[in-house]
Design a protein around this ligand. Structure first.
Ligand SMILES: *Cc1c(COP(=O)(O)O)cnc(C)c1O
Length: 235
């Protein structure tokens, strides 16, 4: 299967899942998780109609930007971001999905303010409460939102989660449901600097279920580009 065929198939699956959930398929954006795929692959995915490209590593982002690989699509940052690298990301991407600590939130705010811009971000929630993952706990979210309302240069557009790796389809539904509930909770309260709540959740193995539980952005790598080859590990 080519990248183009994969994108067309996934679009159809997204539409099917949305309609099954009684949702408008247009509410759901397809983000290609482009890590370890080269500029040519990225261009093919964009030509096939993905809405945005999500990059994980600053080095790959910088390289593909210099190759003009993302022309025609929005660029998002979806990987763990170190505070000492915010300068290479803020202002270069339209959305950072992976704000996972107050320290990072403040660093992004500071850099965006320095640039005189407003950076759209999502707050990453460690929804499975896993030691191996970063992100805010659902319990600390109100405090983080309160804190964020005093920061300049950022707009919180919603929440993102990477639930635990699951064996069976449906295993993560409880986490997707929790994320949906969090987004509803936020919407009912009113915070400054918080806009309409996007939900970035669902990857190759579970995006259909994520859509049933309200996902507005699925991040898909393997199903678009094929399995990543970690052995050679070249971008
Ligand atoms: C790699 C990655 C994805 C896509 O994962 P697949 O299982 O290949 O679809 C989604 N989100 C993030 C944050 C990723 O790093």
């Amino acid at each position: 299967m080519s990248i183009t065929e994969n994108v067309i198939r996934i679009r159809a699956e997204i539409e099917k899942a949305a309609l099954a959930a009684g949702r408008d398929p247009k509410e759901i954006r397809l983000c290609a998780a482009t890590k370890m795929n080269d500029a040519a692959a990225v261009r093919e995915a964009i030509a096939a109609g993905v809405d945005c490209c999500g990059e994980n590593r600053v080095q790959e982002l910088t390289q593909k930007l210099s190759q003009n690989a993302y022309a025609g699509a929005e660029i998002h940052f979806i990987g763990h971001l170190q505070t000492n690298k915010v300068r290479q990301v803020v202002g270069k991407v339209s959305l950072i999905h992976s704000i996972d600590s107050l320290r990072l939130l403040e660093a992004v705010s500071k850099e965006a303010t320095r640039q005189g811009i407003c950076q759209d971000i999502l707050l990453e929630i460690n929804i499975g409460n896993e030691d191996s993952k970063s992100g805010f706990s659902p319990e600390e979210l109100p405090e983080v939102l309160e804190e964020a309302s005093h920061l300049s240069g950022i707009f919180i557009r919603g929440l993102m989660a990477i639930p635990p790796i699951c064996q069976n389809s449906g295993d993560n539904n409880k986490f997707f449901q929790k994320m949906y509930q969090l987004s509803v909770d936020i919407r009912t309260k009113k915070y400054d600097n918080v806009c309409s709540i996007a939900l970035s959740m669902g990857m190759s193995t579970d995006y259909r279920e994520a859509i049933l539980y309200g996902s507005t952005m699925v991040r898909i790598g393997t199903d678009i580009f094929g399995a990543r080859n970690y052995a050679t590990s070249k971008p």
